[in-house]
Write a protein that binds this ligand. Structure first.
Ligand SMILES: O=P(O)(O)OC[C@H]1O[C@H](O[C@H]2O[C@H](CO)[C@@H](O)[C@H](O)[C@H]2O)[C@H](O)[C@@H](O)[C@@H]1O
Length: 250
């Protein structure tokens, strides 16, 4: 894998970090490889078994913290886990209803503007989510700059939070991020009994790394080196799964 010359490769995480951890796991790009489209991703049996064994090993101290909505995470087969969706705006415990704000009308207006922009531009994809909306340009990277300008303009006009992602611009209500999700989950329930360890790949995971560090824990950046609050790194999804697998008895 090519590394940016400007940022040093962080060391791999020691296995001991998992002992006593409250484990916060990003989903896309961390537990599953990036796919061409949002619905090109699945949770395979191996991954599900691994997460269940880890959760049990950690006495329930495992949460998935994603930009996806809780509903989508559940549809993907992750209902058995503590979930924080839409970049920290939604929460759900297994078997319980989702705690989330109302979908604001401004998101519908932004979604309509995204559709108007994407219309007639093959490869652009509008992802409707519970309380947010994404404009994906992985299938048409030539539109990335204009998509970003549009998203920034809509964010300013409708007082929404612009969340850049991987070949993606999302708009969502403000007031939360993955860092606030870590703080919220560390203040109640099983997660409060461990040391936070946040594993993620995307820029939206930086707030999660920062919150974990502020609470005396650690972060593991997945992928290419960059400026980060994480203290350790793993190169790719396969390395994450290998690392996690070492943390549970076979
Ligand atoms: O916080 P995450 O769990 O990492 O979710 C971030 C976004 O992930 C998804 O988009 C990304 O993954 C897609 C599938 O691999 C890929 O096609 C896309 O280019 C990526 O940006 C998801 O669709 C978003 O809703 C999440 O916010």
């Amino acid at each position: 894998m090519a590394h940016s010359p400007s940022f040093p490769q962080l060391p791999p995480p020691p296995q001991a970090l998992l002992n006593g951890a409250s484990l916060f796991l990003d989903f896309d790009g961390t537990l599953t490889p990036i796919a061409d489209t949002p619905d090109g991703v699945t949770v395979d049996r191996d991954l599900l078994d691994l997460l269940i064994r880890l959760r049990d090993q950690l006495d329930g101290r495992l949460a998935i913290v994603s930009g996806r909505s809780v509903a989508t995470l559940r549809d993907l087969g992750l209902s058995a886990f503590l979930l924080a969706g839409t970049h920290g705006l939604e929460f759900a415990r297994p078997g319980c209803p989702v705690e989330a704000p109302e979908r604001p009308a401004s998101i519908d207006r932004a979604e309509a503007a995204f559709h108007a922009f994407a219309d007639g531009k093959p490869g652009l994809l509008v992802e409707r989510k519970s309380i947010s909306v994404g404009l994906h340009f992985r299938g048409a990277p030539q539109w990335g700059e204009e998509a970003g300008d549009l998203a920034a303009d809509l964010a300013a006009r409708h007082a929404l939070q612009l969340q850049p992602g991987k070949m993606l611009f999302e708009l969502r209500p403000g007031g939360a991020d993955k860092g606030s999700a870590v703080h919220a989950l560390m203040s109640r329930g099983p997660m409060q009994d461990g040391t936070p360890l946040f594993i993620g790949d995307d820029v939206t995971d930086e707030e999660g790394f920062a919150a974990a560090a502020d609470l005396g824990g650690n972060g593991i950046l997945v992928g290419t080196p960059r400026e980060t609050r994480a203290g350790f790194s793993l190169e790719q999804v396969a390395a994450v799964r290998h690392y996690l697998r070492q943390g549970v008895p076979a």
